[in-house]
Write a protein that binds this ligand. Structure first.
Ligand code: 4AD
Ligand code: MG
Length: 431
């Protein structure tokens, strides 16, 4: 007997095959029993006919409940109603484990209940679709970087110092060495990597003790940091744009079925695959103030500002050249205006907010040291980072993508918590 996956069903028309998985749904009507079967690769309608199966086997099959595990044998044939789709005429049903009443029913559940049952909720069609988009986005990012000469360079998670300021650090007691911190971004380590490999990236969990309880914040999320030697601010943005457009195209190509399930507006995604817009922070503030925002020139953008900035724009918008006070210590000063830094954020359209933070890095030893001293950073802890400006310093740039932010945009879902298998937020650590 050939064991197959649902995704390959079309290749086996008229041939008896065996499938191993779970019961998504089950209902009977007279001599017929319909089992919506799923195996991870897809869903399949399977139909048992009492006279074909025999009374005893038919009755046994009827004991299957939602989410019971089951092995089904049968013959694929064209679906009676849905063109191009298949169903399975069952020849045998072998329950593996009969589940008691499944906690997630067909009625509406609140987010708290669903999150507390996240270990089960991930089986639901929408969650399945989101997790598959996550997989596609992850591989699309790696593919683009690989094709553009970047080497994977894994940065540590336990670190002696902060990358993105000290306000969102998670602390861990580290033996006799005192406090260690969970990494907020691997960037500083990637900067060492380019001096060996030229272009590098990492991809892993990062941690921020964010007090923000918004639909865009997690305390543990996945970041891809990329860093490249001899790349300036302009080229840095070109790389970001190339990468994001590759992700959009890949998701549209590989996740059509998933986007359907999620009711994602695919036209909006297609339209985003065009040259991105660019604005300086100054221009952005002017633009916002003309439209009624009370933002001032020295301020960071809030979520309403990000929304207003991209309203009516099909493509993401780069916001570049930020006031140095509101950006990280490592960003390079703008040679044309020393109050600004050569940093950029990338804001996704449709209100999905900031998906990338990047910059050219300060490569001058004295300027970097001065900036760190001004911010009263513990210089000794960062000696290794300063060394990079002493031994073969080069102009270089990089950026970090928030994987879950990007998935939220690709899938068009409302809240970031559904884009990661087990979300970590201020008020949630279970399961
Ligand atoms: O803008 P951020 O803070 O940039 C850095 O950490 C740089 N060191 C990256 C680099 O240059 N290599 O974070 C990068 C991205 C943000 O644009 C956002 O998409 C995401 O990480 N992000 C979060 N995603 C989910 N939850 C949070 N609390 C996030 N904070 C940032
Ligand atoms: Mg940022």
């Amino acid at each position: 007997m050939q064991d197959i996956f649902v995704k390959d069903i079309a290749k086996y028309k008229g041939q008896e095959v065996r499938l191993k998985g779970w019961v998504r749904n089950i209902r009977s009507s007279g001599k017929l029993l319909f089992i919506i079967f799923r195996d991870g690769s897809g869903d399949l309608q399977t139909v048992a006919f009492r006279p074909d199966l025999g009374d005893e086997a038919f009755e046994k099959a009827k004991t299957l409940s939602l989410e019971s595990s089951v092995i089904i044998t049968g013959t694929p044939k064209a679906h009676q109603k849905l063109e191009g789709q298949y169903e399975l005429a069952i020849t045998s049903v072998e329950p593996v484990q009969i589940a008691p009443e499944y906690p997630i029913g067909k009625k509406e559940h609140g987010p708290d209940f669903l999150l507390s049952n996240r270990h089960l909720w991930i089986r639901a069609p929408k969650q399945w679709a989101i997790l598959r988009v996550r997989h596609a986005v992850y591989y699309a990012i790696c593919e683009y970087l690989n094709d553009n000469g970047f080497f994977r360079f894994d940065s540590p998670i336990l670190t002696p110092n902060a990358c993105e300021g000290t306000t969102t650090l998670f602390e861990v007691e580290y033996f006799d060495e005192g406090m260690a911190y969970l990494s907020q971004s691997g960037q500083l380590y990637l900067e060492t990597g380019i001096m060996s490999l030229g272009r590098v990236y990492d991809f892993g969990p990062v941690f921020r003790a964010e007090r923000s309880k918004t639909r865009k914040h997690l305390t543990e999320f996945w970041m891809m940091d990329a860093e490249a030697a001899y790349v300036d601010h302009e080229e840095n943005m070109q790389i970001q744009e190339g990468l994001i457009r590759h992700v959009i195209r890949t998701v549209l190509e590989k996740c059509d079925k998933e986007l359907e399930i999620l009711e994602r507006d695919k036209e909006a995604l297609k339209a985003a695959d065009a040259p991105f817009k660019k604005m300086t922070h100054y221009e952005a503030v002017e633009y916002l103030r003309e439209r009624g925002s009370e933002i001032s020139h020295g301020s960071d953008l809030g979520a309403p500002d990000e929304l207003l900035l991209t309203e009516g724009s099909a493509v993401p918008v780069f916001i570049e050249k930020w006031p140095k006070e509101i950006k990280a210590f490592y960003m390079k000063r703008d040679p044309e205006n020393e109050n600004l830094v050569l940093g950029n954020d990338l804001i996704a359209p449709e209100g999905f907010g900031e998906i990338i933070g990047g910059s050219q890095r300060e490569d001058d030893y004295d300027l970097l040291l001065g900036r760190m001293q001004a911010e009263k950073m513990p210089i000794e802890e960062y000696r290794w980072f300063l060394d990079l400006r002493k031994y073969g310093s080069v102009p270089h740039s990089g950026f970090g993508i928030g994987l879950e932010r990007l998935i939220t945009w690709m899938t068009g879902i409302h809240h970031i918590r559904e884009t990661i298998p087990f979300p970590r937020m201020i008020y949630r650590i279970y399961p």
